[in-house]
Design a protein around this ligand. Structure first.
Ligand code: SF4
Length: 356
């Protein structure tokens, strides 16, 4: 609020995918409230409101390129996703020997914050000190993550946003829809909404791998892949693209990940997605609270809603996103390139040495 009241500051909100399917619950709306969130945040005084699914698209493109490189060169497999700061912190604290397996990609929020910092500083000519980026997520761990990467200034949870809106007398039920701000005109939007629930990162990466290796969009039957084998909280996926077979696994909760470590079972995979919360970010610690006995049902409803949004999204692969194309042609050049590495990746080992 201090930043919002300071005329010199440009205050930017960055809204994570899972927030749009849960914040409405606090106002008895059960659906996608993303456009109402934009209006509400502008009423609170934010100058810009961006959709963090652009950051998710960037992550999908960068991580797909990284797994492809590691697979072709047999480097530190399986690669673990690095979107979940709780999981990253767990590996850094308890399994230092596995740090090399973490993807070097920053999380979608951290990538998007780095891009926005660059954009407002260099294109909009705003002094770095006057750019305030606030992530709004279902995740309490994002507060910790914001302390590691300096581009996100503050991180607030969906639950805290709910309190803030109530304090200001803003009811989502009574407000109109508004569109997210974008770096360039982007009517078709972003593709990686699925990041908001478990298995979503893997699905988005498979779509990018297909595009990368075949130069075409993934056929519908592949997009709706079925897990090969289903355990509680763990799913296996095997996909062959241009004669390259990827053995993949998605799991949620740290205890499920620990099951994979037993007898080195995890070594049979090329890629493992891990989310610390039940059902992924839709079950995050900072999401809208509900009665304990209903949590699993509520998480499932939120995850289904995310899948519905994905179904009607006109683009299915991050590579088709106009803003992604713009960012690579004007700034990043190509995935995993030097500039992309500098802005969108990190060195987890160095961070451990500096105690972060
Ligand atoms: Fe945060 Fe939970 Fe999502 Fe991990 S799974 S990023 S801890 S909300």
């Amino acid at each position: 609020e201090q930043a919002i009241n300071d005329d010199k500051k440009i205050v930017i909100a960055l809204v994570a995918p899972a927030v749009r399917v849960s914040l409405g619950e606090a106002f008895d709306i059960f659906g996608d409230v993303s456009k109402k969130i934009v209006t509400a945040l502008k009423r609170l005084g934010f100058d810009y409101v961006f959709d963090a699914t652009l950051g998710a698209d960037l992550t999908a493109v960068e991580e797909a390129q990284e797994i492809l490189y590691r697979k072709e060169n047999n480097i530190s497999l399986p690669m673990f996703t690095s979107c979940c700061p709780s999981f990253v912190k767990y590996i850094k604290t308890y399994h230092k020997d596995l740090i090399k397996n973490l993807s070097s990609c920053k999380s979608p929020i951290a990538m998007h914050s780095a891009i926005l910092k660059y954009y407002f500083k260099n294109i909009k000519d705003i002094s770095k000190d006057n750019i305030v980026i606030v992530s709004i997520t279902p995740c309490t761990s994002k507060k910790y993550e914001a302390s590691i990467y300096n581009d996100t200034t503050y991180s607030i949870t969906a639950s805290e946003l709910n309190i803030w809106l109530r304090e200001r007398g803003i009811n989502l039920k009574n407000i109109k829809n508004s569109k997210f701000d974008t770096i360039i005109k982007n009517d078709l939007g972003n593709s990686s909404i699925l990041f908001g629930s478990s298995k979503g990162v893997t699905a988005s990466i498979i779509r990018c791998l297909w595009y990368n290796l075949k130069g075409e969009n993934i056929p519908k039957r592949i997009i709706n892949y079925k897990p090969l084998k289903s355990f509680d909280k763990i799913k296996e996926i095997k996909i062959t693209i241009n004669k390259i077979t990827f053995n993949m696994c998605c799991c949620y909760t740290i205890s499920a990940f620990n099951e994979l470590l037993k007898n080195d079972y995890y070594k049979k995979y090329d890629f493992i997605e891990v989310m610390a919360c039940v059902n992924g970010c839709v079950g995050g610690g900072g999401t809208i609270l509900c009665n304990n006995s209903k949590i699993l049902k509520v998480n499932k409803t939120r995850a289904n809603l995310i899948r519905k949004i994905d179904k009607i999204c006109p683009i299915k692969c991050a590579y088709q996103n106009k803003e992604i194309k713009y960012l690579y042609s004007n700034l990043l050049e190509y995935p995993n390139n030097l500039k992309a590495k500098e802005m969108l990746h990190t060195n987890h080992l160095e961070k451990v040495k500096s105690k972060l």
